[in-house]
Write a protein that binds this ligand. Structure first.
Ligand SMILES: Nc1ncnc2c1ncn2[C@@H]1O[C@H](COP(=O)(O)OP(=O)(O)OP(=O)(O)O)[C@@H](O)[C@H]1O
Length: 376
């Protein structure tokens, strides 16, 4: 990635505002009053399960579909009524959508030729784009003579060659194998930063969103559930959906009981005192549950003393899985009328007490400052 190539294609960073956007496909209300602000030069993700509306929202920003209600602003300019080519956006698709009969060079030059740029300018920009994605030397190949990762780079080069202000990426890495995905996403991040692009990445893969993006909007059923940096969403999820979607989460049924200023959560496995921060302002919603992450608990012998700052529930080991750096224990704890509930506890490899075989009775000692009480 040479400085000259960066200079050729860099653009000033812009912000994006999505204001009260609604969209219907027939009777299907696909986006529901979505509002978001994406900062200049930010790498932002739309993360959520299949069908939640991520791609639809990205296509609205690109201009492939009109909004039914609300508006979209890029750099303060309302682009809601503009066609895609007047929005300064570039989009990379999951399928790459390359022209099979054209060479790499011709694929990348295509958008510039349509814009009737001078030949010299086209050559300069194509060389810069190919340099930026690390494809120098493959100019004369056709897509069929390239690996999946190389084709993906051509698609990226073709998008950045027009020097868009906004880069929209619709699951661009999903056709690559795991090792290549990791490499390409680091390159993508570096490229985005060097060019100062505001980028939006659509994915249903939380690891991908966590590793590449500054902030994430977690979506469900056409609504934004929470927006934040990956660590903020992981450590302080707003509701059970966000907690469950980002990483493994233990969820215990029960109810909040109060005694003056103190509060506790009563479960079938025992009553767990709650720290002040576990309850959000006001009363928890009906049906709220107690939530904690697998690595926020440790396992002890049932007769071991309980350390300060921990709450204990009893359990019986069901299984143990070796995950590499950690070991995951699946533990049955007393549940409500439905019987037992399973809790996961992750311990550093080699740090577990001796003799934790399946069937062993253990104490699950949960760090109380990591407890959350969350509703739907
Ligand atoms: N062209 C279309 N016509 C009618 N309904 C559509 C169309 N495109 C998408 N939908 C519907 O809109 C909803 C949102 O689809 P969208 O593709 O935005 O979801 P997504 O979150 O990107 O999902 P995925 O991860 O599976 O791509 C779904 O219910 C889908 O069936």
């Amino acid at each position: 990635m040479t400085a000259l190539a960066v200079d050729t294609l860099a653009t000033p960073s812009v912000d994006i505002a999505i204001e009260h956007v609604d969209l219907w496909y027939g009777a299907n209300h696909v986006l529901r009053d979505v509002s978001l602000r994406i900062e200049p030069g930010e790498f932002f993700a739309f993360l959520g399960p299949s069908g939640c509306g991520k791609t639809t929202l990205l296509r609205l920003i690109a201009g492939f579909n009109p909004v039914d209600r609300g508006r979209i602003l890029i750099a303060g300019r309302d682009v809601s009524g503009l066609p895609p080519w007047k929005r300064d956006v570039g989009m990379v698709f999951q399928s790459y959508a390359l022209w099979p009969h054209m060479t790499v060079e011709q694929n990348v030059a295509f958008g510039l030729e349509e814009r009737r740029l001078p030949r010299q300018e086209i050559e300069k920009r194509v060389a810069a784009a190919l340099d930026l994605v690390g494809l120098g030397g493959l100019e004369k190949r056709r897509p069929g003579q390239l690996s999946g990762g190389q084709q993906q780079r051509v698609a990226l080069a073709r998008t950045i060659v027009v020097a868009p202000k906004v880069l929209l990426l619709d699951e661009p890495l999903s056709n690559l194998d795991a090792k290549l995905r990791g490499d390409v996403r680091r390159e993508l991040r570096e490229l985005q930063q060097r060019l100062g692009l505001t980028a939006i990445f659509v994915t249903h893969d939380q690891e991908e969103a966590n590793t590449i993006c500054d902030r994430i909007a977690v979506m469900k059923d056409g609504t934004v559930q929470q927006v934040g940096a990956p660590t903020a969403l992981y450590d302080a999820p707003r509701n059970l959906f966000v907690a469950g979607f980002l990483g493994t989460t233990n969820i215990l049924d029960g109810r909040v009981v109060r005694d003056g200023a103190a509060a506790a959560f009563e479960t079938a496995a025992g009553t767990i005192p709650l720290p002040a921060g576990a309850l959000r302002a006001g009363d928890p919603p009906p049906g709220a549950k107690l939530v904690f992450r697998p690595h926020h608990a440790i396992l002890s012998r049932p007769d071991a003393p309980l350390a300060e700052g921990r709450a204990r529930i009893p359990g019986t080991i069901r299984f143990k899985e070796f995950l590499g750096a950690t070991e995951r224990y699946g533990i049955a704890v007393p549940g409500d009328s439905a019987g037992e509930t399973e809790v996961s506890v992750d311990l550093g490899h080699g740090t577990a007490p001796e003799g934790l075989a399946p069937g062993t009775a253990v104490a699950i000692d949960i760090a109380t400052d990591r407890l959350h009480v969350l509703g739907e």
